[in-house]
Design a protein around this ligand. Structure first.
Ligand SMILES: [Fe+2]
Ligand SMILES: [Fe+2]
Length: 330
């Protein structure tokens, strides 16, 4: 087997990393920088093929065979290397510090578009839209009573719900694509991206507000009910399901606007932004919680638009697959 040259490796990395989040040219350069500085240098396909003979020898010396996998020793950081060619990637940021997030990579990060219209609203006219609208509105009252003005906690809890629709919709479209032997128009990816983005909101707010035991119990219950209810709703009427999500996102925009007001009044301390948020949204190093809420609110506005758009497509008697999905829209 031949060892791949570094140029080839970088080219193949660029090929695999340019599309998901819609990089600009500047971002592409950043990715190359990250990868050129990565100590492993081995992208997902390079695996053990890229290991030189000397490194391979060293690896053998340091490796303890452990069942189907292998455990490498020698550094403070123990790591598992894989016989199956799935090595852990090592990345560094532009400033040379280590990229510490395993859950997302530099090319999945982005700068939120804060210019998005936050006041857009879909006026419900049909009975189905009115049902969706008032169903969402009816959830507002118990939420307001339960959380009062604890917006950090409220945001964290609501994100556990907000990450469900994208995953359910994406999963069902995935199954439909398989059943019907047809393309999805990119909607599977777009909806799964939305779910992942919502989950990153949760990972961020987890750093700001720690859930109490009864709040964790509430998440269990709500997830059990909401996942199944949304699953059935999407099966019965994707048009309704996307409209419900569109209105949920409108509420999310409202909630984060209230959050910002409380921050501005000084009722909530404007603490330093969590490190995960600084890296995910490419925020400045001195970013604060307020900056985080601003970008999260912009994300919610984008989700609102995507879901109302999806519902509108169904309303026009067309299928999602025939209308290119807004992949990387945020
Ligand atoms: Fe969210
Ligand atoms: Fe959202």
């Amino acid at each position: 087997m031949m060892r791949r040259g570094s140029t080839t490796v970088i080219r193949s990395i660029l090929t695999t990393t340019t599309s998901p989040r819609g990089f600009s040219t500047g971002a592409d350069k950043a990715v190359v920088t990250w990868w050129m500085r990565s100590s492993g240098g081995a992208a997902r396909n390079a695996s053990t093929v890229a290991l030189g003979a000397d490194k391979e020898e060293q690896r053998k010396e340091e490796t303890v065979v452990n069942g189907g996998g292998e455990e490498r020793k020698g550094n403070d950081n123990k790591e598992i290397t894989s016989y199956w060619g799935v090595p852990p990637s090592r990345l560094t940021k532009e400033d040379g510090t280590e990229w510490k997030w395993n859950c997302f990579r530099p090319w999945e990060t982005y700068q939120a578009d804060l210019s998005i219209d936050l006041k857009k609203h879909h006026k419900p006219t049909t009975w189905l839209d009115k049902f969706a609208y008032y169903a969402v509105k009816s959830l507002r009252l118990p939420t307001d009573i339960f959380f009062q003005r604890r917006y950090g906690c409220r945001a964290m809890m609501l994100e556990t719900v907000a990450a469900v629709p994208g995953m359910v919709g994406g999963m069902l479209l995935h199954c439909k694509s398989l059943r019907r032997f047809e393309h999805s128009g990119g909607w599977i990816k777009a909806l799964l991206e939305e779910a992942e983005n919502e989950r990153m909101h949760l990972m961020t707010f987890m750093e700001v507000a720690k859930p109490k035991w009864y709040e964790r119990a509430l998440v269990f219950t709500v997830q059990g009910v909401f996942f199944n209810a949304y699953f059935l709703a999407y099966l019965a009427s994707p048009k309704l399901a996307h409209r419900i999500t569109g209105y949920l996102e409108e509420e999310a925009v409202h909630s984060y606007t209230e959050f910002l007001k409380e921050l501005d009044k000084g009722n909530i301390e404007n603490v330093k932004a969590p490190a995960i948020a600084i890296d995910y949204w490419r925020l400045p190093a001195d970013a604060t919680l307020r900056d985080v809420v601003m970008v999260v609110r912009a994300d919610e506005a984008h989700h609102r638009d995507v879901n109302h758009f999806a519902s509108d497509i169904h309303y026009q008697g067309r299928e999602l697959k025939d209308n290119p999905a807004p992949i990387g829209y945020h």
